[in-house]
Design a binder for this molecule. Sequence first.
Ligand code: UDP
Length: 319
Amino acid sequence: MRLLVTGDAGDIGSVVVARLLEEGHHVTVFDDLSKGYRDTVPAGARFEQGRIHDTARVIDGAGFEAVVHLAAFSRVGESVEHPARYEENNVLGTARLCNATQTPGVNKIIISPTAAVYGEPVVAIITEETKTAPVNPYGSSNLALDNDLARRAHAGECAAINLHHFNVAGAYGSYGERHRQETHLVPIALEVATGKRASLTIFGDDFPTSDVTRVRDYIHVRDIANAHVPALAAQEVGQHDIVNLGNCSRFSVQDVPEAVRNVTGHLLPTKISPRRAGAPGVLVASNERARTHPVWIPELPDVTTMVENVWRFVPERAA
Ligand code: UDP
């Protein structure tokens, strides 16, 4: 297929694009490089730089059959401080992108919002039927674009699938997450292991969990990328679906420094600070639906493997 992928540079997108190219798709990447890097775009993909609001100029006449939309701001803390940025980029930007896809032929859209749509769930395992109730502007922006896409699909504008991914970690060869300003737990813990940071700050030790820190369900970035392959083939115009991508596993914040210590052999000093605003306590996904529709089997569910892959992915970390 001829595909447009928005938001490739420096995040899960580079892995998604690498996998789509391996599957024989023709990929054009569209990214404004505000948070990513040009050199993370896999060789073999065409690159166009621009804001998500301006996608019409690359879509018009290009003959794309589907869009994989990954260009979203994704920091919970930033969204609490600057909610308007999330409305502008994630919600309005996605609406403009969808409007641009009205061109005949672009009739399939895959987006990847996150578990943030579920907020602070009252159930132990989150399914696609779990009530959405975001607790931060990032989650609200995810939910708004989920709903927008569902409306468009039901109106017959396109086929749409929302892949809700849980906490991403890992790398795929030379592709993985690379952020100008790191906020995610696994890469931060690895920066402590290399001495780039003095210690790992654990946000909150007063949760009703077995070790009183937050619990997350980690999923390998390659497994997320793999899920896009059957998703591209799954839907017909008019259909909309939501599929959660996780491993149904519970990994606490305290477990991460332990895994990093095991992989790197480096000591990992930690300190406790108050809860981070807007972040829920426990997020664990059922992947029952993902395993059947579209058919998808997570291949790398082990968090230590994810940490090991990230450790090897950035050469200066492993030096
Ligand atoms: N976290 C932490 N210290 C850090 C970064 C993250 O304690 O330096 C916690 C964060 O509160 C959350 C978990 O680690 O419970 C995963 O955070 P991340 O930013 O990786 O993803 P999130 O779940 O917030 O989307």
